[in-house]
Design a binder for this molecule. Structure first.
Ligand code: XMP
Length: 509
């Protein structure tokens, strides 16, 4: 296990990703973690992340000297290296010129970190401060033209520092350097796999829950599905999943979830048909924020009512992922929560006196997918694109009515069908149809028509924070448009959305 101490760098999750890619488990912890807790975690090595602060400024997080006296190998990256130097009696100075971008790295001394790396390589720099004086026992192992102290080590105490970022792709040798740290310096083994994770998670759930009962909100998305499967393995019948049909789901969605979870996986799932209730509440509502609020509130109400019908429930399970856990406790205002989640049944545990079970809280999204595969979830669920909690309600601009829902469902099903058939589904972050509150004139046969407009939206993205419109082949777009106009009654025009985020958003509402 590797402990990563988080000084607030935008790259700290990337460090964790790099470590886990090597099949080594790691955990990110805040900088005020005490040496006692560190020892109790028994890490093989510690990585101090970069961060935006300047070491001597008020309130800057500091590395305690005690960390370096545990005898555990430490790798400080950027700010992490500076905090190590400052804690051990060296000196850091602010330089006038920030160094940002590629730099030529010259390796001056053999070092276990640099084994297998050419003497001349490039690295990615992003710092304002630099080290002026090294603490006793350290030597310089690499330099760049503008930063003499670019890499340092105290071999005897197994303390290492890099001024540049080995975790980013712009440092070509960085992966190897991290590997060297994990295996040659810390002696880690490659034992972190989703199979071992599943085994441990099942045992942990059993010990946390004892003979209690658990409920979970199943949405049909990847996270709640994988969480459900893990809990089902651990608890069998003592897990009850609740699926709320809110009337704004896509074509075939509720039936698909029912077939998979109830029939195929034989899970204890309660389907709540709340379609009428949601549609009644949405009647006449046009404002996007009001739609979201109505759906969010009603979801909690329906879920809670159903949950109360299950006797002796003591736990609520959620598919919370690691990035949310890290961000929610970041002391440095890390990127704020990505998604305005309506599935957030946040207030529920307190009101119903439920304890939380979050079996995925240490996993990243791609690990959840691997775990899903390990647990036997079908590929098309594992690779499902994200779908917003308020569903089609935020893709019908204007009022949500049964008639307009039916038009959008038809159009969306055709789009999904064609995108999958052309092999684009997994390459896209999301692809969907939107129904506009406009009509336009067309001609069908010899008849003038005056009908609805469908907009197609397809975007590529890494994390939904930014997105670009997908350059789908014209003939694919042509096929989708053609089929929608021919097969969906009430549509006579299809347009393609070519806006990126920012300044637009992915969803239209
Ligand atoms: P926007 O439209 O803000 O969307 O660019 C970013 C991502 O978030 C999804 N999204 C939601 N997901 N509940 C969710 O669970 C919501 O209320 C919600 N609103 C947007 C959206 O689909 C995209 O992936």
């Amino acid at each position: 296990m590797i402990l990563i101490i988080d000084y607030g760098s935008q790259y700290n999750q990337l460090i964790a990703r790099r470590v886990r890619e090597q099949h080594v488990y790691c955990q990110i912890e805040p900088p005020d973690i005490t040496p006692e807790i560190i020892r109790s975690l028994r890490p093989e090595g510690i990585i101090l992340s970069g961060g935006p602060a300047s070491i001597y400024e008020a309130g800057a997080p500091k590395a305690s000297r005690a960390i370096f006296e545990t005898g555990i190998p430490v790798l400080g990256i950027c700010y992490g290296m500076q905090s190590m130097v400052a804690a051990l009696g060296g000196e850091v100075i602010g330089v006038r010129k920030r160094e940002y971008g590629f730099a030529q790295l010259h390796i001056r001394e053999p070092s276990p970190l640099f084994s297998g790396i050419a003497e001349e390589t490039t690295c990615w720099m992003s710092h304002g401060d630099s080290i002026r004086r090294l603490p006793a026992g350290f030597r310089i192992t690499a330099s760049t033209p503008s930063t003499e102290i670019a890499a340092i080590e105290n071999q005897e105490q197994r303390l290492y520092g890099l001024q540049f970022h080995p975790e980013v792709a712009h440092t070509p040798g960085g992966k190897k350097m991290l590997e060297n740290f994990l295996f040659a310096v810390c002696g880690c083994r490659r034992s972190w796999t989703m199979r071992s994770f599943a085994r441990e998670a099942v045992a942990e759930i059993r010990s946390q829950v004892g003979d209690g009962r658990v409920i979970l909100g199943l949405s049909g998305g990847v996270d709640s599905s994988v969480a459900a499967l893990l809990l089902h393995q651990a608890l069998g019948e003592r897990l009850t999943a609740i699926f709320v049909d809110n009337g704004v789901l896509r074509q075939g969605e509720a039936e698909g979830v029912r077939a998979l979870f109830r029939r195929h996986l034989q899970m204890n799932v309660r389907f709540v048909n709340a379609r009428m209730q949601f549609l009644a509440a949405l009647k006449g509502v046009v404002d996007p924020e009001r739609k979201r609020k109505i759906i969010g509130r009603l979801f909690i109400e329906v879920f809670e009512k159903e949950a109360r019908r299950i006797a002796e429930v003591a736990y609520l399970a959620q598919g919370t992922l690691y990035p949310d856990v890290i961000e929610s406790r970041s002391a440095f205002g890390g990127p704020s929560a990505v998604i305005k989640s309506h599935h957030n049944v946040g207030g529920l545990p307190k009101r119903m006196k439920l304890k939380l079970v979050e079996p995925l809280r240490h996993l990243f999204k791609d690990e959840v997918r691997l775990l899903g595969k390990e647990l036997g979830l079908p590929d098309d669920l594992i690779w499902r694109q994200p779908f917003p909690g308020p569903g089609l309600a935020v893709r019908i601009i204007g009022e949500v009515t049964p008639g307009r829902l039916s038009i959008l469902r038809g159009a969306d099903a055709i789009l999904q069908d064609e995108i999958r058939a052309a092999g684009h589904y997994r390459k896209l972050w999301q692809s969907f149809a939107v129904l506009l509150p406009l009509k336009s004139v067309g001609i069908m046969g010899d008849q003038r028509t005056y009908e609805h407009i469908i907009a197609l939206r397809a975007v590529t993205s890494e994390d939904a924070m930014t997105a670009d419109w997908a350059r789908l082949p014209h003939d694919l777009l042509g096929r989708i448009g053609n089929r929608i106009i021919n097969e969906v009654r009430g549509v006579n025009r299809v347009v393609y959305d070519i806006s990126s985020k920012p300044p637009s958003t992915i969803e239209w509402e």
